[in-house]
Design a protein around this ligand. Structure first.
Ligand code: MRU
Length: 341
């Protein structure tokens, strides 16, 4: 089993599988401070909405330990938490998991007690993510029974959740049930999470797949070679608008045109019931160099600028349903149970 994050309680070291090096090198980096963790989050060494939630929870543990000696413990902690939750803005899980842990800690607790309480919460979050994935993937595989050719984007597998994955989890479970013909993996320019990470996971599990360039997807649909599109989510608004890896919107528009089912697979912890619609979602813009270079080699002329939106927002009207750990949901959501646990 791949472990994207693993914590050694004795030494206080968080081992992070450096996803920027995959698939060529499986190397863990040792993270011992909040600053190091924030760097790992920003550089996409650890990524994917649910896993960012877990990384945030470990970050909170570092923040508590680093604030312990300060006479203004709570003030100091809050400063560090602010830096942590703003490391990446789009995935709701990062801030939400940190806030939800903090909410349950009494302000009367001593710093050493806070550290112990946070650690317990991190462990239960780790379990919850794994269990949510299993339920979600099984609901998705039931829903898409017989739909054998599934197209997806980005990486929504173990590397993105620590569990079996969300959209990729559905694909894995369908394969395990002998109900998958093939998965199409959009390569996912510019960081190539599909070609590098999802393919790496599916190779390990012998799941049949093709990597396609992102712009091949509508053509494959036009050929009648796609039965369903299943994607992950970084944030689902109350009306069902969904932020996910840039390119998702183009898949949804094409799927609608060709009357192909389009599903978002996401745990309800990725739902943000505090925002009415997708307009309120902050879309991360990353370094243009990610677009201008491929693996360190410049592909554009010097002087050409680039835009690098990391995510886009797909309107709810293009989404046929939401595969969650609670079952298949339809937008708009009056209420999503257990959100903010
Ligand atoms: O920039 P990334 O790699 O963190 O983007 C990840 C995605 O867009 C995923 O689809 C999303 O976080 C869901 S992961 C289960």
């Amino acid at each position: 089993m791949i472990e994207p994050l693993s914590y050694d309680k004795e030494t206080g070291t968080l081992y992070v599988l450096d996803q920027t090096l995959l698939p060529h090198e499986e190397r863990y980096i040792a993270v011992n401070t909040l600053d190091e963790l924030i760097e790992a989050i920003k550089a996409l060494r650890v990524r994917g909405a649910p896993l960012l939630g877990l990384a945030g929870a470990y970050g909170l543990l570092f923040a508590v330990l680093e604030s312990e000696k300060s006479p203004d413990f709570w003030e100091e902690l809050q400063k560090r938490v602010d830096l942590l939750v703003n490391a990446r803005p789009t995935a709701v899980n990062l801030k939400k998991e940190v806030d939800s842990i903090l909410q349950d800690i009494p302000m009367t607790a001593e710093p050493y007690e806070v550290a112990a309480m946070v650690y317990e919460k991190v462990l239960s979050l780790e379990n919850r993510l794994k269990n949510d994935d299993l339920s979600l993937a099984s609901h998705g595989a039931d829903l898409l029974k017989g739909k054998r050719r599934i197209l997806t984007i980005c990486n929504t597998g173990t590397l993105a959740t620590g569990g079996i994955g969300t959209a990729l989890g559905v694909i894995k479970v369908k394969h395990a049930r002998d109900d998958l013909d093939v998965a199409y993996l959009c390569e996912t320019r510019p960081v190539l999470q599909g070609a590098r990470l999802s393919a790496w996971e599916l190779i390990k599990e012998n799941v049949p797949h093709y990597i396609i360039t992102d712009n091949t997807a509508p053509y494959l649909m036009s050929l009648g070679k796609v039965d369903a599109v299943v994607v992950g989510a970084d944030r689902v608004a109350k009306n069902g608008d969904t932020a996910n890896k840039v390119g998702t919107l183009m898949l949804a528009i094409a799927a609608k045109h060709y009357a192909i089912d389009f599903y978002v697979a996401a745990p309800t912890s990725s739902f943000d019931m505090t925002i009415a619609d997708g307009q309120a979602i902050v879309i991360e813009q990353r370094d243009p160099e990610e677009v201008l270079q491929i693996r360190g080699v410049r592909i554009a002329p010097e002087g050409s600028p680039a835009l690098n939106y990391a995510f886009d927002v797909t309107p709810a009207s293009l989404i046929d349903g939401y595969i969650t750990e609670q079952g298949i949901l339809k937008a708009p959501f009056a209420e999503v149970k257990k959100v903010g646990r």
